[in-house]
Design a protein around this ligand. Structure first.
Ligand code: ZN
Length: 73
């Protein structure tokens, strides 16, 4: 399945790096504009990994974040 992925930079509270919202057939990745380039890239890859792994078909979002945190360290 290929889906359309849009990316936008938005000023968010500093505790939020980014998030993804499904829309129609695709997704919008929202990245915090306040992050430095490196952190933005990491946040983008993190969100992309959610999409590629099909996480948005799951409802156990807390478990998903814990799994990903383990893989990223
Ligand atoms: Zn995440």
């Amino acid at each position: 399945m290929t889906s359309c992925i849009n990316t936008v930079l938005v000023d968010l509270p500093e505790t939020i790096k980014g998030y993804t919202r499904p829309h129609g057939e695709g997704y919008t990745i929202i990245i915090n504009a306040k992050l430095c380039d490196e952190a933005q890239r990491k946040a983008y890859e993190h969100e992309l990994q959610h999409i590629l792994s099909g996480h948005y078909n799951r409802t156990d979002t807390v478990a998903i974040e814990l799994e990903m945190a383990r893989e990223e360290t």
